[in-house]
Design a protein around this ligand. Structure first.
Ligand code: ATP
Ligand code: MG
Length: 137
């Protein structure tokens, strides 16, 4: 059974969409096995997104992620990483399939409502960035 890290981003927490987004995960068979609400500092956002540090949108992305609270969570299920990315939809909401979170809720490429780990290695690193083993049940 696989686990992945999910973040409900500030554009979504601000619009009170946490429950609607969680319903999409649960309907897809993903179980929320850890969850907390945090307001990231700019430094924490920068460290989390360090892989993107040379991309032109890095500064904007980090400022957005630190602008308001986020909900970080661990989702568990068969093929959870791929399943979560399917439920999230394409990075750019204009390209996201019907029924996906980003199609329904994302405002733009930057303010796209959710983050999900993209591979087993990154999922492990990202989960341990936010949670200790005891917090995941
Ligand atoms: P995430 O990592 O958040 O799950 P993703 O894997 O679909 O999203 P990445 O390519 O990893 O997309 O980009 C990370 C995040 O950076 C995107 O979710 C988006 O918020 C932001 N981003 C990516 N490309 C752009 C861009 N061209 N302009 C503005 N923001 C962008
Ligand atoms: Mg990514």
């Amino acid at each position: 059974i696989e686990r992945t890290l999910s973040i409900i981003k500030p554009d979504a927490t601000r619009r009170n969409l946490t429950g609607k987004i969680n319903a999409k995960f649960e309907e897809a068979g993903l179980r929320i096995v850890a969850q907390k609400r945090l307001h990231l500092s700019l430094e924490q956002a920068g460290k989390f997104y360090e892989v993107h540090k040379d991309r032109p949108f890095y500064g904007e992305l980090c400022e957005f992620m630190a602008s308001e609270p986020v909900v970080v969570q661990v989702l568990e299920g068969e093929g959870a990483i791929a399943k979560n990315r399917e439920v999230m939809g394409a990075t750019n909401p204009a390209n996201a399939a019907d029924g996906t979170i980003r199609k329904e809720f994302a405002l733009s490429m930057g303010e796209n409502s959710v983050h999900g780990s993209d591979a087993p290695e990154t999922a492990a690193v990202e989960i341990s960035f936010f949670f200790s083993g005891l917090e995941i049940v």
